[in-house]
Design a protein around this ligand. Structure first.
Ligand SMILES: Cc1cc2nc3c(=O)[nH]c(=O)nc-3n(C[C@H](O)[C@H](O)[C@H](O)COP(=O)(O)OP(=O)(O)OC[C@H]3O[C@@H](n4cnc5c(N)ncnc54)[C@H](O)[C@@H]3O)c2cc1C
Length: 394
């Protein structure tokens, strides 16, 4: 930052979809913001599939997330319209809904159980026969054994969203610093005052917001008890493109293939996102041949015309998982410091809500609504046992 630049109200460290949403929302609320990230939008945000799935992302043991995910889905149409209005860019919000399909009869039994569970929570899901599924989506294999219709689960093109947010932040006056933050700066009174960049530059701010994805250990000076309990969960997605007359699903297809999870998310531009592997580990963030093989094998079992698509891209990313699979958003026990992250499999879905919640905080208010239950304090010693993690599914 140039010498003499006034100290911003807020310094957002990390420009994935969470940090970018915080920065843009805060800036629109009148907060002066600086955002620090050497490669904004290129972490898990770039690898994601962009499903906005408040229904199909509810698994056994995750009832606590339902209200949050539904509120997050409600926030998306306005967020997308505002972002497109501010930048003149499309972000690819699609509302055709989602079809859940089973590759065989035992997958069908598993899907039926989840459908019953989701219906018991009042979520809009309708069980379908195999024939019903193929009538809705002729691209599906003749062997598909049934499934469910989930009209409320939508999608957005997460890469377009990330690029639009970078543009929107710049246009709105967020100062973008393309560097890595090396350590947190804390004054003698124990207040966070900014960060020290990798080149030694010190950036000050009224409040520091850490939105580091899974890279919490990369920042020096953050007291260990304040590091959110975020673990990396590696995932790979593929981008394919249909050629010629090859059939393409018209909506998101999520499937179980002999017990393994698979999805195909068709974009408006003709690409299809296929996902995703789930590995409980972090670095190296690489795409293995085995990951590509498994993803293609399962996708072509559900949609045989996948064989005719071209492979455009394979990307790995680290989902920021937490002990109860819920996000971690709010002030921590160090004045001037706020954390925003832990969005796990739902960071694209949650970003507008998290952005608004932290912006409210920075503008002098509080995080309210369903997000208020997901503060960092719930993991503090003596705060009670968090909801146990259920199986990761994307
Ligand atoms: C394969 C896969 C599929 C997914 N599919 C979906 C989906 O369909 N729908 C959905 O809602 N969610 C999905 N997710 C989850 C979603 O992508 C994540 O929850 C979300 O991207 C997390 O956002 P983030 O901003 O916290 O982290 P990231 O996107 O990882 O961003 C973190 C940022 O912090 C920066 N950073 C790190 N350290 C520093 C530092 N020291 N200084 C400065 N900057 C730093 C990085 O450069 C990076 O830009 C998926 C994730 C994966 C991996």
């Amino acid at each position: 930052m140039a010498a003499g630049t006034p100290t911003p109200d807020a310094l957002v460290v990390g420009g994935g979809i969470v940090g970018l949403s915080v920065a843009w929302s805060a800036c629109r609320a009148g907060v002066r913001v600086t955002l620090v990230d050497p490669a904004p939008g290129r972490g898990a945000t770039w690898a994601a599939a962009g499903m906005l799935a408040p229904v199909t992302e509810v698994h056994f043991g995750e009832e606590a997330l339902v209200a949050l995910l539904l509120a997050a889905a409600d926030a998306w149409p306005t967020f997308a319209a505002d972002l497109e209005g501010a930048t003149g860019r499309r972000v690819g919000l699609r509302t055709e809904g989602t079809l859940v399909v089973a590759a065989d009869r035992s997958d069908r039994l598993a899907i039926d159980q989840v459908t019953l569970f989701q219906r018991s929570l009042g979520l809009p899901v309708t069980a379908l026969t195999g024939r019903d599924c193929r009538t809705r989506e002729p691209a599906l294999a003749a062997s598909v054994a049934g499934g469910a219709d989930v009209p409320g689960d939508h999608q957005v093109d997460n890469r377009l969203v990330a690029e639009a947010l970078v543009a929107a932040c710049s246009d709105a006056g967020v100062t973008m610093v393309a560097q890595r933050a090396a350590s947190l700066a804390v004054d003698g009174a124990g207040r966070a005052t900014g960060v020290v960049l990798a080149d030694g530059t010190v950036l000050g701010a009224g409040t520091v917001v850490l939105a580091l994805g899974t890279a919490w250990q990369s920042l020096g000076g953050l007291p260990a008890p304040l590091v959110p309990p975020v673990r990396p969960v590696l995932g790979v997605t593929l981008r394919l493109r249909a050629r010629g007359t090859a059939l393409v699903p018209t909506r998101t297809v999520r499937g179980l293939v002999h017990g393994s999870v698979s999805y195909l998310v068709p974009r408006a531009d003709g690409t299809v996102v296929v996902g995703a592997t789930v590995e409980e580990r972090g670095e190296p963030v690489e795409v293995t041949a085995g990951a590509v093989h498994g993803l293609l094998r399962d996708a072509r079992t559900l949609v045989p015309s996948v064989d005719e698509y071209t492979l455009v891209d394979a990307t790995a990313g680290l989902r920021p998982g937490t002990p109860d699979n819920g996000p971690v958003v709010g002030p921590v026990d160090l004045p001037g410091l706020v954390v925003a992250g832990g969005t796990y499999r739902n960071g694209i879905l949650l970003a507008p809500l998290v952005g608004r919640g932290v912006a409210d905080l920075l503008a002098g208010g509080a995080v309210d609504g369903p997000l208020a239950a997901f503060g960092p304090g719930r993991f503090a010693a003596g705060a009670g046992t968090p909801v146990p993690a259920a199986g990761a599914r994307r």
